[in-house]
Design a protein around this ligand. Structure first.
Ligand code: SAH
Length: 256
């Protein structure tokens, strides 16, 4: 399923090893080397057989251990040396995963490269909340957006386009830029009482949910979240999650 000299970009899912696809599991068993991100859950890494060489190329906000060009080069070099290469990425490789750089680097030198999808953080978060990301007639649009900051400044976003009351926003890497997100959306016309859910460590035993509203998002992000990866979900569909709060709030109490 993976030949010598080939690269697979494999989605590791949000952290829970049971959310790894069967295909991903087969690929990590057939690999000779696995290059993985910091976001790949420990439970997933534990599934990698001992004989497979494991290389961390982890990046977490602020702590870049290897830059993207170095990662691209490592993948290409390993493939050209005849290894069976798996590049294991958190969630789905095609969503805010820098896949294109790696695909291009491989293709430029003629290294065969393929993709195995994974469960993305937004899906795991809505599953944990017990809600749907879309709602018939209410949330007709689902937008995946990243509010990654560069040098402390949020990259410019089209707030007017994002401030749609009929959409659900799933904001990746949005923790640090929560104040800009709230201000941008409110200034663009989204009501301050629009429901917001913060989900940290989705699918992991440390999963935590925090329900708030758009105008309170900055303070919630600052005070309610820990060190884990967190996704910000905004929109009416997330408000529906609160209707099912009995089960969730009990779980939250237990998890805290
Ligand atoms: N390719 C990944 C996203 C990588 S960007 C995917 O499809 O999920 C990294 C961001 O994803 C984090 O900053 C966070 O916003 C989100 N994220 C990843 N794993 C998460 C998790 N288990 N719980 C909550 N958010 C998560």
């Amino acid at each position: 399923m993976i030949s010598s000299g080939e690269v697979w970009l494999v989605g590791a899912g949000p952290g829970d090893p049971d959310l790894l696809t069967r295909k991903a599991e087969k690929l990590i068993h057939a690999a000779s080397v696995v290059f993985h991100d910091a976001l790949v859950g420990q439970g997933v890494l534990d599934l990698i057989p001992d004989h497979v060489r494991l290389v961390s190329v982890g990046k977490r906000a602020g702590r870049h251990s290897k830059d993207q060009k170095t990662i691209d080069m490592l993948l290409v070099e390993a493939a050209l040396a005849g290894e069976r290469v798996v590049r294991l990425k958190g969630g789905d490789p095609s969503i805010f995963g820098r896949s294109m750089e790696e695909l291009t680097a491989c293709r430029e030198v003629g290294v065969p490269v393929r993709i195995c999808p994974g469960v993305t953080a937004a899906s795991a978060a809505s599953a944990g909340l017990g809600t749907s990301l879309t709602l018939r007639g209410t949330a007709r649009r689902l937008t995946f957006v990243t509010a990654h900051t560069r040098k402390g400044k949020v990259q410019s976003l089209d707030w007017q386009a994002l401030a749609d009351p009929q959409a659900t926003l799933a904001i990746y890497m949005g923790k640090a830029s929560a104040p800009e997100i709230a201000r941008g959306l409110i200034e663009a016309g989204l009501p301050g009482d629009t429901p917001v859910a913060l989900v940290e460590n989705a699918s992991l035993p440390e999963e935590r949910h925090f329900h708030t509203r758009l105008d309170l998002l900055p303070i919630a992000a600052r005070t309610a979240l820990g060190d884990g990866p967190a996704i910000v979900l905004i929109g009416a569909a997330v408000g529906e999650a609160r209707l099912g709060m009995w089960v969730n709030s009990r779980e939250e109490l237990r998890l805290d």
